[in-house]
Design a protein around this ligand. Structure first.
Ligand code: FAD
Length: 366
């Protein structure tokens, strides 16, 4: 069998490229080693008939009209503005930190943005930024760092914030107003029928053949392709010849209940190090499902298991660069996506990057 492109990985990166190239009459084979399409966006109905996200809660948000318009070709949306609280000192406080968080934690009554700014100026500390801890303390001071960040970050990364690059916490917002939305993007929606339904539609072009339960390295030798788009782990592609890139993984423990709700919030973070999980998500809040049963997921970070979050230490970044040098030498082969680029991508960033690459490829053969 002959294909123009083999795409390894049916996550949102691979599927966007498959869809774009197939619409230009390219014959595409897209494969995935898992037993389903969709990559980490995969969702399914569980035995409670609750739509769950198998690889943890995925909330779509973007400022890009191009990405939103593109995905809107494959799904309708429901409006959803994500909210997260942290359980600390026996209280539920908004995350990211805003004026209400300050009032609740420090028993204050800050009424204006100016008052919140003044208070933050009082508690934040001047720091030379060398690591993730310095970033947080320089924004909100030591007490909030201890209560909200230290334990959570240690659990999440398995490393103390002092040993993590500043990038990890650099983008954490601190608000002086009372906006308690987790994201402030222009477009905040969830796919009406779920991500898997959206992805199925993306792959519905007759020029696309989909093969699941198929690892790239076990692909039938009778299959021929002119070009390769690889979205799997870059170190695996090269048989780990320089060593293994480190990722943080997560064990997802799902619990099902015969009641309409488990908690009052979509996501509750548990910064306390004594609590082994980092957060609890109740899916119905995200998907808007209105049924009398519910399913939650607890997340236990771990070093063993599927690759989820690239651990951005200098050693890992240097190792990635070695693989990238090799990858750049390969003809007709492109590495893209969160695993192939060893990079944390949000959904919209993955789509934007895949659309750009597709455009470049199409220009070459148009
Ligand atoms: C816990 C968690 C929560 C997240 N929450 C959000 C969120 O709320 N909002 C947001 O915007 N983003 C979120 N993200 C990021 C989001 O998951 C990524 O943007 C998205 O998955 C990137 O898609 P991808 O196609 O690059 O990678 P993936 O979705 O990982 O797809 C890669 C695919 O390649 C397959 N593959 C790998 N190796 C091989 C091989 N050798 N052979 C065949 N197939 C292979 C894998 O099975 C996988 O299906 C979250 C990520 C995680 C880990």
């Amino acid at each position: 069998m002959d294909y123009d492109f083999l795409i390894v990985g049916s996550g949102i990166s691979g599927c966007t490229i498959a869809e774009q190239l197939a619409s230009k009459s390219q014959k595409i084979l897209i494969i995935d080693k898992r037993n389903h399409i969709g990559g980490n966006l995969y969702d399914e109905y569980d035995q409670n008939n609750v739509l769950i996200h198998k690889y943890g809660p995925h909330i779509f948000h973007t400022n890009s009209k191009i990405v939103f318009d593109y995905l809107s070709k494959f799904t309708e949306w429901i409006k959803y503005e994500h909210k997260v609280v942290a359980f600390v000192d026996n209280k539920y406080v908004p995350i990211p930190i805003n004026r209400n968080t300050l009032n609740l934690i420090f028993n204050l009554n800050l009424k204006t943005d100016e008052e919140a700014t003044q208070y933050l100026n009082k508690i934040k500390e001047d720091k030379i930024i060398k690591n993730s801890r310095d970033v947080v303390i320089s924004k909100v001071g030591n007490e909030l760092y201890k209560k909200l960040f230290e334990g959570y970050t240690k659990k999440q990364w398995g490393i103390s914030p002092e040993n993590l690059l500043p990038e990890i916490t650099k983008r954490i917002p601190v608000r002086i107003n009372t906006d308690d939305r987790y994201f402030t993007d222009i477009y905040q929606y969830m796919p009406k029928n779920g991500y898997t339904a959206m992805i199925k539609k993306m792959l519905s072009n007759e020029n696309i053949t989909t093969l699941i339960n198929t690892d790239f390295k076990d692909l039938d030798k009778k299959i021929h392709y002119k070009n390769l788009i690889y979205t799997g782990p870059i170190d695996y592609f090269f048989d780990y010849k320089y060593g293994k890139l480190q990722y943080r993984s997560i064990i997802f423990e799902f619990e099902r209940y015969n009641k309409s709700h488990y908690q009052d919030y979509a996501v509750v973070n548990y910064p306390d190090e004594k609590v082994k999980y980092t957060r609890i998500t109740e899916f119905k809040y995200l998907t808007g499902q209105n049924i009398d049963k519910t399913t939650i997921v607890k997340e236990y970070p771990t070093n063993i298991g599927e690759e989820y979050y690239p651990i951005l230490t200098e050693a890992n970044i240097d190792l990635y660069k070695k693989y990238k040098l090799e990858a750049d030498k390969l003809p007709n082969t492109t590495f893209i996506g969160r695993l192939a680029e060893f990079k944390y991508y949000n959904i919209d960033q993955a789509v934007a990057s895949a659309l750009l690459l597709s455009k470049k490829i199409i220009k070459e053969f148009d």
